[in-house]
Ligand binder design. Structure first.
Ligand code: C2O
Length: 360
């Protein structure tokens, strides 16, 4: 297969005010001249336990801040750099790649708005987490998840503030965020661009629980409605708003992106546009929770809550730089069982599904 860098081009798709883009549209990964290796499952005994971002221990928060700082300190052209990691999202989502490997060089790849959404982001975070752990030499390093499905976790987590308690700049801060949406304002899980509902915290909280119920139960009752529609080589990119978008993707997932991004920036940077979202550390924390909704959905034990079994889904693949700077090809079928990927989520046993009784 061709070098992934040589089949990549500048991003353009989905960036409305392209001349004013505040982030680079040069999203191609650095070329180290490596050949693509097959993926090998992790063999270590440690399971990385992802933690709720609003309730981290001092060590969890310190490790996370140190690891992101270490990532920021790498030269941009290093595959583990903060910028290279952010660009992965841009390349896969804003027309950076074509489907040349599958024989469709004129059609762009888009991993959103279809059944590629959950597995692509699972793999993206898998490597991101392992890279961060390696940078600070902490084999049990785990990402935080923004637990917006539980009342205490609904505001933007405090770990993302501009400065830490000692007044030192915080590596988790990003300047391109909506300043009207900082803690203690509750996230609006059904936010659409620029529309402030002005609800009391109590009402917003109830609406959010209803939205989670809608995304995980009422609108996500079977494989297609939860994962999104079929998308295979030769298909044109599916547009946002299409019928085939999965319930979480089109619902709470997109609402949070738009709510965090700065609506005063030309393209809602950073979180409000695919090409820039990866520049905000909140992105990975939000997606850790989106990834968790896949597990929660499965654990609900409702008939119909099953992953796709179509070979076109199982055999769809992506290429990432792993924590050893090797290029590896990974398949959807290998990310279904997170036990095999050696990570999990710390859950609060007292309040597992606060939204369970929130039928709208
Ligand atoms: Cu790839 Cu939340 O978007």
């Amino acid at each position: 297969s061709p070098d992934i860098t040589s089949i990549c081009k500048d991003a353009f798709a989905g960036i409305n005010k392209i001349e004013e883009a505040v982030r680079s549209r040069k999203c191609c990964p650095p070329s180290l001249g490596k050949t693509i290796k097959p993926f090998v499952f992790p063999t270590e005994n440690t399971v990385r336990m992802r933690w709720p971002a609003h309730a981290g221990t001092q060590k969890q928060v310190d490790d996370y801040r140190r690891a992101i700082q270490a990532m920021r300190d790498l030269p941009d052209d290093h595959p583990h750099s903060f910028v290279s990691q952010a660009k992965i999202h841009c390349a896969y989502c804003n027309g950076g790649y074509t489907q040349v490997e599958s024989g469709f060089p004129d059609i762009d790849i888009q991993i959103h708005n279809s059944w590629l959404f959950f597995p692509f982001h699972r793999w993206y975070l898998y490597f991101y987490e392992r890279i961060l752990g390696k940078l600070i030499n902490e084999p049990s390093f785990a990402l935080p998840f923004w637990k917006w499905d539980e009342p205490a976790g609904m505001p933007l987590p405090d770990i993302f503030v501009p400065k830490d308690v000692n007044g030192k700049p915080n590596s988790l801060y990003d300047v391109y965020r909506d300043t009207g949406h900082l803690s203690p304002t509750m996230v609006d899980l059904s936010y659409s661009n620029g529309k402030e509902k002005g609800l009391s915290n109590q009402t917003q909280l109830a609406c959010n629980l209803a939205t989670v119920y809608r995304d995980l139960v009422r609108n996500g009752g079977d494989t297609v409605s939860f994962f999104g529609g079929k998308y295979v080589a030769g298909n044109a990119p599916v547009k946002n708003g299409a019928k085939s978008v999965g319930s979480v993707e089109s619902g709470s997932h997109t609402a949070v992106h738009r709510w965090v991004g700065d609506s005063n920036q030309p393209n809602g940077e950073d979180m409000g546009n695919f090409y820039s979202a990866g520049y905000d550390p909140v992105f990975y924390c939000h997606h850790a929770n989106v990834d968790r909704t896949w597990k929660l959905w499965k654990d609900l034990d409702i008939p119909g809550h099953v992953e796709p079994t179509d070979p076109d889904w199982l055999d769809a693949s992506y290429v990432f730089y792993d924590e050893n700077e090797d290029l590896v090809r990974v398949y959807n079928k290998d990310c279904v069982d997170i036990g095999k990927l050696k990570y999990g989520f710390i859950e609060n046993s007292k309040e597992v599904f606060p939204w369970r009784k929130s039928r709208p």
